[in-house]
Design a protein around this ligand. Structure first.
Ligand code: 15L
Length: 276
């Protein structure tokens, strides 16, 4: 059985994945925050903005799902340390520890300034909609470098929104169910021919604005479609900013800060703010 490190394991996506993958893999769950053990997994508290922590948790694993980081638009200091320094540390620690396979959940916000009227595939030029989106592009670029220069293998999943059900109109286009994201991550761990691939992390949504041909080529067969929830979601939809309505990234295209669903522990947050 393969041992898989999941960073940022206490977050929503991490928690869904740990549940979905618990029977398939030996999971090492890691986070800055304290973790409640799921099944037979092992837990490791770590701050990946410190190289020593990144080296410790990446030792002896077969693959890494690097979810850890700032997951929305917010202050630059937080994004810099969690998503730029943290991402570098995890990829570099993996290289030094001989871990070849990394699944990097990048984001729809790496290309959020494409219009909703457009259908885009994995080859489009990046159009980040936020500092957060830029940090995801950094992860994609770093993965590309480590694939070409060091022969490491990366599946970049530009995730839409992972949730048991879609929560609004924009998410009807970019929603992915927990079992579908688990399927994509499994492809990232198991597919024998991955060197560097970008796919979109969405279910089989009728309203998708991505052409996810690259994921299908790698064997992805999504089980869910947000359309099942469309009537209910649209009935509750509130008006949002007209600019946000035009672009795929929605409110990330106009906001300086989006509420963080996974805030840092208080001590770290205060440190980030002071330097602003
Ligand atoms: C993301 O990249 C975030 O990590 C997640 O929290 C959601 O905000 C999602 O995008 C989204 O666009 O809904």
């Amino acid at each position: 059985m393969k041992t898989i490190l999941i960073t940022g394991a206490a977050g929503d996506v991490g928690t869904h994945l740990r549940r979905e993958l618990a029977k398939k893999y030996r999971i090492r769950a890691s986070d800055l925050r304290s973790l409640k053990k799921i099944g037979g997994e092992t837990c490791a508290r770590a701050d990946v903005s410190k190289m020593a922590d990144a080296l410790r948790i990446t030792k002896g694993v077969d693959a890494i799902v690097h979810l850890g980081g700032y997951s929305v638009e917010g202050p630059w200091e937080g994004i810099l340390s969690a998503n730029i320094v943290g991402c570098y540390n995890v990829f570099e620690a993996a290289r030094r520890n001989g871990v070849k396979r990394i699944i990097f959940p990048t984001s729809n916000h790496a290309v959020g300034f494409y219009k909703r009227s457009q259908t885009i595939d994995h080859r489009v030029y990046i159009k980040p909609d936020s500092r957060y989106g830029v940090s995801k592009v950094f992860g994609e670029a770093l993965g590309s470098l480590y694939a070409d220069k060091y022969g490491m293998q990366f599946l970049m999943i530009r995730i839409g929104n992972v949730n048991p059900a879609p929560i609004d109109k924009r998410r009807l286009s970019i929603w992915i169910s927990p079992r579908d994201i688990a399927q994509l991550v499994t492809i990232g761990i198991e597919h024998p021919e991955i060197k560097f691939e970008i796919v979109y992390g969405i279910s089989a949504n009728k309203r998708a604005w991505y052409d996810n041909a690259n994921a299908f080529r790698l064997g992805y067969k999504p089980q869910d479609d947000s359309e099942t929830y469309a009537a209910e979601v649209l009935a509750k939809e509130k008006r949002s900013d007209p600019t946000a309505e035009i672009y795929q990234g929605g409110v990330f295209c106009v906001a300086e800060e989006v509420p963080n669903p996974a805030p840092l522990p208080r001590k770290k947050r205060a440190k980030g703010r002071k330097k602003r």
